[in-house]
Ligand binder design. Structure first.
Ligand SMILES: [Fe+2]
Ligand SMILES: [Fe+2]
Length: 307
C-alpha cells in the first residue's frame, strides 16, 4: 500500500508557516450499471442523469482544481468528503486516479462525505477505504500532524436515505480525549468534517434535511477546552461561506466551508476551494480559489485575522 508522503518542505523549512489547500465536494461520477440501479441509487441516478444535476459537476473543473492545488504547492491538503456521487467502485477508482497528483505529492487528510457512503452496501464494504485508507487514518478520528499544525477528521455520515449527519458518541468521546491531551496545547488545531457545524448566519447547522443533527454536542465539547480550534473545515452544501458561532463561553468558533471543487459555472455559482496560511499565531488568512474560463484562479480573501 502506498503511504502518504511527508512534507516536501523539511521541518526546519516549514518553521512556523504552513500553507493548506482545502478541497471538498469534487463529486467524480460515472453512470451506474443497470444491475446497480436499485433503491436509493435509482432515485439518485434519475436526479443526476435525467434531471441534469450531473452537468453541475464536470471533469474539466475537477481536473483544473487538482492542477491548481499542484501549482500552489501546499504543505498539506485537506479534502472534506464527497469524492463520488453514488459511492460506486468505478467512481472511487476515477477519483483515486484523478487525485493522484495531489496524493503522491502532498500530505493529505481525507474525511468521507455522505455520497461516499451512499448505500448500505458501500458503507458495509467500507468501499472508500479500499483505495483511500492511507489518507483516512485509523481509529475513530482522522489525524494529520505537520509542523505545529494538527488536523483532526470527523465522520458524521450515515448510510441510507440521510443527507444529514450524526456524530457517534464514540467519536465525540475520542475527540474529547484527544483535545484534552496536553501535547496539543501548543499546536494549531483544525477540525475537518463534511457536514457544516455552523450556518451562514452563525447558528448551529442542525437542519433535519441535511445538517449535523448533534452539532450542539460537538460545539459543547469544543467549548469545554482551554483553547479553540483555529477553524472547522467543511463542505456538503456546495456554496462556499465563512461563519462564526458564539459559544456559551462567549468565545467565537470559526467555520470555513470551501464550496464544491468540481462545480461547473452555473448561475451565480462556480467551482471553489480554499487556501489557508498559518503562522506562529495560527490561522492568518483564508483565500478562495475560483474556477472560471477553463482554470482555477486566486479569488477573494474570505477571512483574515484582525491585525
Ligand atoms: Fe456534495
Ligand atoms: Fe454531501
Amino acid at each position: 500500500m502506498q503511504h502518504p508522503p511527508s512534507s516536501h518542505r523539511s521541518r526546519e523549512e516549514l518553521g512556523n508557516t504552513v500553507k493548506i489547500a482545502h478541497l471538498t465536494d469534487l463529486h467524480w461520477m460515472t453512470p451506474p450499471s443497470p444491475t446497480r440501479l436499485v433503491g436509493k441509487r435509482l432515485l439518485g441516478s434519475a436526479n443526476l442523469y435525467l434531471r441534469g444535476r450531473r452537468r453541475h459537476f464536470q471533469r474539466e473543473v475537477q481536473r483544473a482544481a487538482v492542477e491548481r492545488v499542484v501549482a500552489l504547492a501546499p504543505d498539506m491538503v485537506v479534502i472534506s468528503g464527497d469524492l463520488t456521487a453514488q459511492a460506486l467502485p468505478e467512481e472511487f477508482r476515477l477519483a483515486r486516479g484523478c487525485l493522484d497528483p495531489i496524493l503522491s505529492r502532498f500530505p493529505t487528510l481525507l474525511v468521507p462525505g455522505n455520497h461516499d457512503v451512499y448505500t448500505r452496501g458501500a458503507a458495509r464494504e467500507d468501499r472508500i477505504r479500499e483505495l483511500f485508507a492511507p489518507w483516512l487514518g485509523e481509529g475513530p478520528l482522522g489525524r494529520l500532524d505537520l509542523g505545529r499544525v494538527t488536523c483532526l477528521g470527523l465522520d458524521a455520515n450515515r448510510p441510507g436515505l440521510f443527507a444529514s449527519g450524526l456524530l457517534p458518541q464514540a467519536q465525540l468521546d475520542a475527540l474529547g480525549t484527544t483535545l484534552s491531551d496536553p501535547s496539543l496545547a501548543d499546536r494549531h488545531l483544525l477540525i475537518a468534517i463534511h457536514h457544516p457545524v455552523i450556518d451562514p448566519a452563525g447558528g448551529l447547522y442542525q437542519k433535519r434535511s441535511h445538517g449535523l443533527l448533534n452539532a450542539d454536542a460537538l460545539t459543547d465539547l469544543i467549548d469545554q477546552q482551554r483553547s479553540l480550534p483555529e477553524a472547522i473545515l467543511s463542505g456538503h452544501v456546495h456554496r462556499a461561506y465563512c461563519a462564526t458561532h458564539t459559544l456559551p463561553s462567549g468565545r467565537r468558533l470559526l467555520q470555513l466551508d470551501a464550496g464544491a471543487g468540481g462545480y461547473a459555472p452555473h448561475g451565480d455559482r462556480t467551482g471553489t476551494f480554499n487556501l489557508y496560511q498559518l503562522d506562529e499565531r495560527g490561522l492568518s488568512v483564508a483565500t478562495q480559489q475560483r474556477y472560471s474560463e477553463g482554470a482555477y484562479r486566486e479569488g477573494p480573501t474570505v477571512w483574515a485575522r484582525r491585525p
